[in-house]
Ligand binder design. Structure first.
Ligand code: SF4
Length: 453
């Protein structure tokens, strides 16, 4: 048994991490699916999209070969509509709401059509939006992830100059560093960031971390408003014995390393246990398998009914050969010579609490899993220190906001994962739009106050 890197040939990495949702092969194939759309007047697909993309409209535009129009319809609501077409849990959102489900027929492949419309625009770096005349106002944004980029684009369209401070060397946030590489490739992420910033008026300063390289107080002085979109990032600990052993890693770092250092550089075990059943757990498990792990077992303390990932996500893991142990709660990681060798779990039964939620209750029965690697995907914690240091009001470490991202500090706004604790990319994009609207209203009010003096 060994945790090691560089297990496969370059061709094998390429093949295992290639795009999991290939695009339509031909225009005709796209048109066949687009023409199935019933263009429902109440469009449940649109209602279920957090960014409210006008789905029947863009599908109609595809049917008339108006790809530019279709792309514009999508990007007007969701500037990351290209990436979201690849990473959104559409079974829970637009495709899950499509009326074809009621007829027990296959839903319209909205994500694939969305990709069909947006990919040429991103690849070709089409200039689709013009900026209004510059207002002379300047806004600083912390974080070039989905919320930050969405906010920046919406502000730039209105003639506001934006500077984004990003702690990583690349933009895209979760999209670039936190999602399985077979869903969105690094090259696509870079193209998407360039597409968004191509509007102009958005300057991204990389390797700039809030609290280390820049301070909120300095930004407040230099800019007319500040938008905080620094996400969540710290992995939740399990607080069980053996967590410090060699071979025990957290899923956020594991996925980050794959995205940041490249496939061959990331060590993986032969027998890997992944703790959790959220999307991050699935992305870690499937990528461990694809990096060459012989056995990957997902361990979850509830059942399929309660799992946070979608069935489609779970199916990817099962098709990759991952196993799942339901109703098992990690109790201890045993090691030899400082290295993890066994994961011990309590078997669990579920009992309803007084709110009706089924809660795990430990039994005496133990499950022993031989391991050489344990990947923890038990959720993420907010960047509490940043919040305390900057004296922001918060709810358990998540920045507290009223209205559309208005924080407890005048002129400072926030949105995305640092407010909601970690949701989908599409939720962050919507938060960025709402934050921009709140900032614009604030800047306008500010203008009125200044001009009346
Ligand atoms: Fe088309 Fe389905 Fe949306 Fe109706 S619900 S407009 S059929 S995609």
């Amino acid at each position: 048994m060994a945790v090691q890197n560089n297990r496969l040939t370059a061709e094998e990495y390429e093949q295992r991490f290639s795009d999991i949702h290939p695009p339509f092969e031909t225009r005709d194939a796209a048109l066949v699916d687009a023409n199935r759309c019933l263009f429902c007047y109440d469009a449940p697909c649109t209602k279920s999209c957090p960014t409210g993309i006008n789905v029947p409209k863009f599908i109609k535009q595809i049917t008339t070969d108006n790809l530019k129009g279709a792309a514009y319809t999508i990007f007007s609501s969701n500037i990351m509509g290209g990436g979201c077409a690849k990473v959104c849990p559409v079974e829970k959102l637009c495709e899950g709401a499509c009326v074809y489900n009621l007829m027990e027929e296959t839903a319209i492949p909205i994500a694939r059509l969305q990709r069909y419309a947006t990919e040429p625009a991103i690849k070709g770096q089409w200039r689709m939006f013009e900026r209004k005349q510059r207002t002379g106002k300047k806004v600083a944004i912390i974080g070039a992830g989905p919320a930050g980029l969405s906010c920046a684009h919406a502000l730039s369209r209105e003639g506001v100059d934006v500077t984004i401070y990003e702690k990583e060397a690349k933009g895209g946030g979760l999209m670039t560093y936190g999602i399985a590489a077979y869903k969105v490739t690094p090259a696509f992420c870079e193209e998407e960031v360039s597409f968004i910033t191509g509007i102009g008026g958005i300057d991204i300063r990389y390797n700039q971390e809030l609290g280390k390289d820049i301070l909120l107080s300095a930004l407040q002085e230099e800019y007319d408003a500040v938008y905080l979109a620094f996400g969540v990032g710290l992995a939740r600990q399990l607080y069980i014995p053996g967590e410090q052993l060699e071979g025990v890693v957290d899923a956020i770092s594991f996925i980050y390393d794959i995205r940041n250092s490249g496939f061959p550089a990331v060590p993986v075990g032969d027998q890997v246990a992944v703790i959790g059943m959220g999307m991050t757990a699935i992305d870690a498990a499937t990528q461990a398998r694809r990096l060459g792990a012989k056995e990957v077992t997902l361990v979850y303390r509830r059942t399929q009914q309660e799992m946070p990932c979608t069935v489609a996500e779970m199916d990817i893991a099962l098709l990759d050969g991952c196993k799942i142990i339901w109703l098992a709660a990690p109790a201890e990681i045993i090691g030899e010579n400082g290295k993890a060798t066994q994961l011990i779990c309590h078997s669990v039964r579920l009992e309803e609490d007084n709110t009706g939620r089924r809660q795990p209750v430990l039994t005496d029965e133990k499950i022993v899993l031989p391991v050489d690697m344990v990947i923890k995907a038990a959720g993420q914690m907010p960047f509490e220190q940043l919040i305390y240091e900057n004296q922001l009001h918060h709810n358990g470490g998540k920045i507290a906001v009223t209205g559309n991202g208005v924080t407890s500090i005048n002129g400072v706004f926030a949105g995305g994962d640092c407010v909601n604790g970690g949701k989908e990319v599409v939720d962050a994009v919507q938060a960025g739009k709402e934050g921009a609207a709140a900032i614009l209203a604030y800047l306008q009010a500010d203008c009125h106050v200044s001009s009346s003096h």
